[in-house]
Structures are given as structure tokens and as C-alpha cells.
Design a protein around this ligand. Structure first.
Ligand SMILES: Nc1nc2c(c(=O)[nH]1)N[C@H]1C(S)=C(S)[C@@H](COP(=O)(O)O)O[C@H]1N2
Ligand SMILES: [Mo]
Length: 215
């Protein structure tokens, strides 16, 4: 797997200087009560990655959930389909300053996953790993929310490869980099372990309503 270092550097810069992907300064004039500070509205759902999109055969795809849990699991695509399904519409905020409203997802809720694997009392943090080697981290308490989903469909259709299909994470209350595309592994741990962007200076908490982007 090859990370495109130029893409990484450019994205790091954008977050630091609060510019949109077009490079212009963030537009402050459009008002919408659903729009967090420093964000602007888009309707074309941009694609962001590390310059590399992993190829995952649906038949070979698995998701492993391990670490501090009573019942570790490895799900196939079929296993994901057999879990209870959640339909949810949420907003999506990227740290590079665009937001898209009313994204209709279908997926398995993280809270359902918790009932399957049952984290031990020591488990306080979650690390997400992806098929492009991307990682991101969150406190378990943040993931244990009714709008956090393992998403496999958008607008009623299978999630495209560009957006992280077969399965990606969606955590609506955090900036979108906290949602790993091409999900491969979820590990429960007692200690926090920073992910790809977090070690490169992005905020560990990533709260859009606090303009909590960098550092
Ligand atoms: N596996 C993986 N997940 C990822 C990323 C990535 O590079 N690799 N980029 C993150 C970032 S920075 C953002 S803003 C969102 C973008 O999701 P999108 O491309 O579907 O808009 O995915 C996040 N999840
Ligand atoms: Mo991002």
C-alpha cells in the first residue's frame, strides 16, 4: 500500500489553515443552524483518502472485532447483512471545511455490535483499522451512541468503493476523519492509541461544533 505523501501534506495544511478543498478561505456567510463554525455546504460528497483505494473482494472481506471483549468476532459480508439493520439520516462534516446534510445511511449500529462482543469493564477506547492501513481512534463512550453506524449503504445503494465500501464507520458528531472507510478491524483497549491523522496533529476529540480541528 502506498500513501501519497503529497496528499497527506496538503490535507494537513488545509486543516491547519482552515481552508476548503478548493483552497479558498472558509466561507462564513451561508447561515444554516445545522452548519458548524467554519464549515460550508456541499452536495457532491467529495472523496478523501490517502491517494490509495484498496481493492477488496466482497467474498474475501472480513471485519474483525477484538481486544478487551468477552466475545471477539470476525464477520463476513453475509454476517453483516444478518445483523439487525438501522436506517438513519445524519449530517457529515469534513475537517477540510465542507459539510453535507441529510445523508441517508443503512448499516449496523455500533450499539448492536457492543451487545454482540460485550466489551469488558477495562475497555475505554476503540481503535479502527482500515484496508488501506488508515487508523483512527475514539473513546468507547463516544462510540456508544445511537447514531454511530457501520455503514454499507448510502441512498439505498451499496456504499461505493470511493466512499469506503463494503463497510465504513460513520460517527456524525465528530469530524469525518474519525469514520474509517474500508473497515477491517475494531479493537477495544484500556488505553488510547492515536490514529493516522491524530499523530499528525489533528485534534484527538474532533468536535465540529467546537471548531476543534487541529492540535
Ligand atoms: N480508510 C480510510 N478512511 C478514511 C480516510 C482514509 O484516508 N482512509 N480519510 C478520512 C477522512 S480525512 C475523511 S474527511 C473521510 C472522507 O470520507 P469520504 O471520502 O467518503 O468523503 O474519510 C475518513 N476515513
Ligand atoms: Mo478529512
Amino acid at each position: 500500500m502506498e500513501i501519497n505523501e503529497k496528499t497527506v501534506k496538503a490535507k494537513q495544511n488545509l486543516a491547519q489553515h482552515r481552508r476548503g478543498i478548493s483552497g479558498r478561505e472558509v466561507d462564513e456567510d451561508i447561515q444554516d443552524e445545522r452548519l458548524p463554525p467554519g464549515q460550508h455546504i456541499v452536495n457532491n460528497w467529495p472523496v478523501l483518502d490517502l491517494g490509495y483505494k484498496p481493492v477488496i473482494d466482497l467474498e474475501a472481506w472480513t471485519l474483525t472485532v477484538d481486544g478487551l471483549v468477552d466475545q471477539p468476532v470476525t464477520w463476513t459480508w453475509g454476517d453483516v447483512q444478518q445483523q439487525p439493520q438501522t436506517d438513519l439520516v445524519t449530517n457529515f462534516h469534513c475537517v477540510t471545511s465542507w459539510s453535507q446534510f441529510d445523508m441517508p445511511w443503512i448499516g449496523v449500529s455500533f450499539q448492536h455490535l457492543l451487545t454482540v462482543v460485550r466489551p469488558t469493564p477495562e475497555a475505554k477506547f476503540v481503535l479502527f483499522e482500515a484496508y488501506d492501513d488508515y487508523t483512527t481512534n475514539l473513546p468507547l463512550a463516544v462510540c456508544d451512541d445511537d447514531d454511530v453506524l457501520l455503514v454499507h449503504a448510502w441512498k439505498g445503494k451499496p456504499l461505493s468503493k470511493d466512499h469506503g465500501g463494503p463497510v465504513r464507520m460513520i460517527i456524525p458528531k465528530r469530524y469525518a476523519w474519525k469514520g474509517a472507510k474500508w473497515l477491517k478491524k475494531i479493537t477495544f483497549a484500556a488505553k488510547d492509541q492515536k490514529g493516522f491523522w491524530e499523530v499528525r496533529g489533528y485534534s484527538n476529540t474532533a468536535l465540529p461544533w467546537n471548531n476543534d480541528r487541529y492540535g
